[in-house]
Design a protein around this ligand. Structure first.
Ligand SMILES: Cc1cc2nc3c(=O)[nH]c(=O)nc-3n(C[C@H](O)[C@H](O)[C@H](O)COP(=O)(O)OP(=O)(O)OC[C@H]3O[C@@H](n4cnc5c(N)ncnc54)[C@H](O)[C@@H]3O)c2cc1C
Length: 389
């Protein structure tokens, strides 16, 4: 017998828990299944821009986040070869006034812990870790999810918040992940081990030929987060033997002393192929909808994957609240609110990668043009950071 539920969320990452909270705050009971034995996050740093902070504020968790957040002073672009400053965005008072929210950086585990605690305090949310969903069926007037251990659930509304390799997405699209030969190494170190070349209180983005290197402080500035990305020349679609630590070192050999020195502090035991997908025209089928990376996986180059998942959460809850119990109508409204915006963010992340990774004359032109912009020229960012539901 299937367990009957008003709402089932498959996946308890940042997107799934934010959605559970948003729906419960609107009065809807939610059950979350998560395949890992514990709710938690892999990886380290996360940047949260004002568009996501505005949602987290509405969900009532900004106070709890404050204990873990770092408020960087600037987003700085540096040339990874010449060590010259290219441009910056001032994240100070004028930025906060414009967007009515700060730009923060934090440990992603701390964000998940805050969301988890808020979910545990919500009587309308039940959390079930250690339950992996193997198959989803669209029954028309309900959605059925079957776990690997045979347990099944029948839900009036089913949300696929199960990330990049979503088990729910195949019901909506048969598209494939897009690999581009790019790979990321990431990790944290105690902040005392870093020298303050580009400012330890900034988010610093070193850009260079087919590579970029991101650095920022997290966890009350006790830790320093680093992400090194490069394009592997050994990439082929039918092999896993690419993006090795040796290739990382060889690719970064061209960079300035500071970047090469910082790279020696990186973890080498694990690396992540960078993938995205082409935007979909719809994330909905009857009573089933996708959110977060299951709906719109994107390159992390403009630090918006989780921010968009958080925007999805509120959009879904608002759509459900406005549809007087009509789930199909609610999901159509959610689709209309979200797909075009997330597609623009996905495509912008790709385009930004192309800009980071330029070489030679094209890189010199990029640097010259960007040097001309003022640190408080926020207008081009309004569509992204100023978005509110
Ligand atoms: C290097 C890097 C840096 C990034 N930096 C940023 C940043 O600074 N800012 C930003 O906004 N974004 C950033 N992102 C993107 C961000 O991490 C993701 O977009 C975000 O985590 C997506 O959240 P999600 O909840 O949709 O998916 P996930 O985090 O993937 O969560 C999915 C959850 O579903 C569970 N699950 C999967 N399958 C099943 C199943 N079958 N049954 C049950 N449970 C299941 C998983 O265990 C997981 O807990 C970065 C990404 C990378 C790779």
């Amino acid at each position: 017998m299937a367990e009957r539920l008003p709402t089932l969320i498959v996946g308890g990452g940042i997107g799934g828990l934010a959605t559970a909270l948003a729906l419960a705050r609107c009065g809807r009971p939610v059950h979350v299944v998560e395949k890992s034995p514990e709710f938690g996050e892999l990886g380290a740093g996360l940047q949260l821009a004002p568009n996501a902070m505005a949602v987290l504020d509405r969900l009532g968790v900004v106070g709890a986040l404050a204990a873990h957040a770092v408020h960087p002073r600037r987003l700085v672009w540096m040339d990874a070869l010449s060590a010259e400053r290219i441009t910056e965005i001032d994240l100070g008072e004028a930025f906060r006034r414009r967007y009515c929210q700060p730009y923060i950086v934090m440990h992603r585990g701390d964000l998940l812990a805050v969301l988890l605690e808020a979910c545990r305090q919500e009587r309308l949310i039940t959390l079930e870790p250690g339950r992996e969903i193997a198959a989803i069926e669209d029954l028309g007037d309900a959605a059925c999810a079957r776990a690997v251990d045979g347990r099944s659930y029948e839900a009036e509304l089913l949300i696929g918040a199960d990330g990049l390799h979503s088990a729910v997405r195949p019901l909506i699209s048969d598209d494939a992940l897009v690999f581009d030969g790019l790979v990321a190494y990431r990790g944290t170190i105690p902040i005392e081990r870093m020298s303050a070349h580009a400012g330890l209180d900034n988010v610093v983005m070193w850009v260079g030929p087919e590579m970029h290197f991101v650095q920022y402080p997290i966890r009350r500035a006790e830790l320093y987060n680093q992400v090194a990305v490069f394009r592997s020349r050994r990439y082929t679609p039918d092999s896993d033997d690419w993006g090795t630590p040796e290739e990382l070192d060889a690719h970064y050999a061209q960079t300035c002393d500071y970047v090469r020195g910082s790279l020696t502090l990186m973890w080498r035991d694990k690396h992540w192929p960078m993938v995205d997908r082409k935007p979909l025209a719809s994330w909905v089928r009857n009573r089933i909808a996708l959110i977060g990376d299951a709906a719109h996986p994107m390159y992390q180059y403009i630090a918006q994957g989780a921010c968009q998942a958080i925007e999805d959460a509120l959009a879904l809850a608002v759509s459900v609240a406005r549809s007087s119990g009509d789930v199909v109508k609610a999901l159509a409204a959610y689709d209309a609110l979200r797909t075009r915006r997330a597609a623009r963010v996905q495509l912008t992340a790709r385009a930004m990668g192309a800009l980071f990774h330029l070489d030679g004359v094209a890189a010199a032109m990029r640097n010259e043009m960007m040097a001309a912009r003022a640190g408080d020229d926020y207008a081009p960012l309004d569509w992204l950071y100023g978005y509110r539901l």
